[in-house]
Every structure is written in structure tokens, then in C-alpha cells.
Design a protein around this ligand. Structure first.
Ligand code: TRP
Length: 364
């Protein structure tokens, strides 16, 4: 059996460095590793609408932003199928059947959905579509027979839910679907990059993101305003690196060669951390270093993005072609599912013959 990737993002805003270290960068590496037979990267507009029903324009506007971020990071339509979720209607049909295999109480236990409900003040009135999006996400994954889902840690409950649905489907209707594995980022700092304010998560609504499309100035301004150790008031004071966003970002982005280039007094991040912990190293110096590192990483992405944006119709054509390919694959899987569930009445010659026979004998 082939190795197949499916993953995606909600188009509710431009992508930020949290997306980049948490999944985008890895996707590009996986794409280029040659280890995968098929790769599907989905812009999850239908999922974005589950909590933006009254703001479809936001979703509509951001599809192209996300597509540009994808292409700028190195996702290559020659190697990966880039597509839009709503353009593959088979996913809705699958979701409808999967709903029969999941209980309300199981959905209520999903920790990611729980915290999202809190964040959106949905407690009193949760849209049903939002509540059930983990089921639709199972359709996204299984429609492509994905074996591997590279995502951030917050998506683990969705993959778990998908595996349960696959298990249930296969045991009720016979071996049809593939149980996917989650693929988490390998660097721990990348699991959940905090916002520049030190809050647990980088999120557009908190206004604490560094975007892939930010200008050089915007990036610098954001880094210089970043939260650090609140008890590190004077340069001489010993500082704390654990939980300090500036150091978490360095964990995620910097490599030894950055020290050679920008801070030759230190060999590596361990030495820099030791100095900070001991005292005598100022925040501004560390932030300047982080700025150099991040600028190096983001500059080529920003420049490619600007180049690609010169031909927007071509980007829509890439998504259209990808959506067509994605639909072909999903239609194949859906047909197999319906066969397994025996709801393929018109191609089931045996059923038709059997019913004909039953009614013939009844009439005798
Ligand atoms: N829930 C994901 C997010 O918020 C987006 C998504 C939708 C997804 N369907 C998916 C991710 C299937 C991986 C697999 O980022």
C-alpha cells in the first residue's frame, strides 16, 4: 500500500510562523523526500465556515492568501495536489454516513473543540456544523486514504477521532478505509509556538502573530516588542529561558551557523542560554539575534510570494486543477464505501435479481 499525505488549513487569515514551524516547513520537506506516493494539501474553507457562517467573505478572501503562502513556502503543484475543500462535494456525503458512527458524548470529549468553543464564547449556542467538524475532518482524511497526517499537536484529537471512525466503519462494513497516523513536528519548540505576547498560542484573534507575508520592518517591530522573562529587569540579572518566548523562537528557528554569522561569541544556543541564565546578557541583544535569524528564514518566502502574486489567475487555475484531481480520488473512495455499506443499489445486480425472485415467488 502506498504512503499518502493529507493535511490542510482553514482559510481564516494569512499563515504565520506558527503554521510554518508547526507544519508548513515539514510538509515541504516531506513533499521533496520522495517517500510519498500522493500528497494532498487542502484549503479547508467548508471547515472555516463552521464558525464563520455569517462572514463568508472572510473565508473567500483568505483562500488566495493561504494558497500564496503554500506556494511561497515551496509546496509544488507538480508534486502535491493543492485543492479547496468545498469543491469536493463527496466529503459532505462521507461526513453524513460517518455521523452514524459517532456519539454526541464522544464529540463532547474532544479537548480541542472544547477550548475552541470557549474561545469563541459559543457555550450557549454551538453551531451543529462546528460541533461536528471533527467528523467532517475524518472525511477529509479518509477520502484520500491518507496514511500520514502532518499537523500540529492541537489536531491530535481529530486524528484520534478519525482512527475510531475508520475502525468502526471497517468492523461494521468490512475493510475499506485506512487508519491514518499523525505526524507531529520533531522539534519540541515547534509543537506550539507561543504568540509574541507569550500567550499559549499564536492566533490572529489575539493579534500576536508574525505572518509569513510580514515586511522586514513589521517583523523587526514585532520581535523587539516581544515578551521575555518579566523578572529579567537589568542586564546583570539572571534570566529564565524556559517559557521565554524569545528563546522558544530561537529553539524553533536558529541553527549553529546563525551563531557563526551573527553572534560569533557563542558557538550555539546552549551557550547563549547559559549566559542568559547566569545573568549579564540583555534582552535587546537576544532579540536582535532572533531578528537576524527570522529575517533570513522569511525573506526568501516573502520574495517568492510577491513573485507568485503577479499572476493570481494562475494560482486559481492551480487550485481548480487540484480540486478536480482531489474529487476524482474522493469519488473513488466514496464508491467503495457505498459498495461496502451496500447502498450501491443500481450496480448491485444480485440485489435486483434477489428482489425480483422474492416478489415472483410471493405472487405465485
Ligand atoms: N482543523 C485543521 C486546522 O484548523 C484544518 C483541517 C481540516 C485539517 N481538515 C483537515 C488538517 C484534515 C488535517 C487534516 O488547522
Amino acid at each position: 500500500m502506498g504512503k499518502i499525505i493529507l493535511t490542510g488549513d482553514r482559510p481564516t487569515g494569512r499563515l504565520h510562523v506558527g503554521h510554518y514551524v508547526g507544519s508548513l516547513k515539514r510538509r515541504v520537506e516531506l513533499q521533496n523526500s520522495g517517500e510519498f506516493d500522493e500528497i494532498y494539501i487542502m484549503i479547508a474553507d467548508a471547515q472555516a465556515l463552521t464558525d464563520n457562517a455569517d462572514n463568508p467573505e472572510k473565508v473567500r478572501q483568505n483562500i488566495i492568501e493561504v494558497a500564496l503562502d503554500y506556494l511561497a513556502c515551496g509546496l509544488d503543484p507538480g508534486k502535491s495536489v493543492l485543492f479547496i475543500q468545498s469543491q469536493v462535494p463527496e466529503l459532505c456525503e462521507m461526513t453524513f454516513y460517518y455521523m452514524d458512527l459517532v456519539t454526541v458524548s464522544r464529540l463532547q470529549r474532544n479537548p480541542t473543540v472544547k477550548s475552541e468553543i470557549q474561545m469563541r464564547n459559543f457555550e450557549a449556542s454551538i453551531p451543529v456544523g462546528f460541533f461536528t467538524y471533527p467528523i467532517s475532518q475524518a472525511a477529509d482524511i479518509t477520502a484520500f486514504k491518507a496514511t500520514t497526517v502532518p499537523v500540529g499537536e492541537d489536531q491530535a484529537p481529530m486524528i484520534e477521532q478519525t482512527r475510531e471512525i475508520v475502525h468502526k466503519f471497517n468492523s461494521v462494513y468490512g475493510e475499506t478505509l485506512v487508519e491514518p497516523d499523525i505526524l507531529l513536528p520533531d522539534n519540541k519548540a515547534c509543537l506550539r509556538l507561543p504568540g509574541i505576547d507569550g500567550k499559549a498560542k499564536m492566533s490572529k484573534s489575539l493579534g500576536n502573530c508574525i505572518y509569513l507575508s510580514d515586511s522586514e520592518d513589521e517583523i523587526k517591530k514585532k520581535i523587539m516588542s516581544m515578551f521575555t522573562d518579566p523578572n529579567h529587569l537589568k542586564v546583570e540579572d539572571p534570566g529564565q529561558v524556559e517559557g521565554n518566548p524569545v528563546f522558544i523562537y530561537l529553539d524553533a528557528f536558529c541553527r549553529d551557523e546563525h551563531f557563526e554569522k551573527y553572534l560569533p561569541d557563542y558557538k550555539n544556543l546552549d551557550e547563549l542560554k547559559a549566559h542568559y541564565t547566569r545573568g549579564g546578557l540583555g534582552d535587546v541583544k537576544v532579540k536582535r539575534f532572533l531578528n537576524s535569524v527570522l529575517q533570513d528564514e522569511l525573506r526568501p518566502i516573502r520574495e517568492r510570494r510577491r513573485e507568485i502574486a503577479k499572476d493570481i489567475p494562475a494560482v486559481y487555475r492551480i487550485l481548480e486543477e487540484g480540486s478536480r484531481k482531489a474529487e476524482q480520488k474522493a469519488a473513488q473512495t466514496l464508491a467503495e464505501m457505498k459498495r461496502a455499506m451496500k447502498i450501491n443499489y443500481f450496480e448491485d445486480k444480485e440485489l435486483i435479481a434477489e428482489q425480483a425472485e422474492r416478489f415472483r415467488t410471493e405472487m405465485e
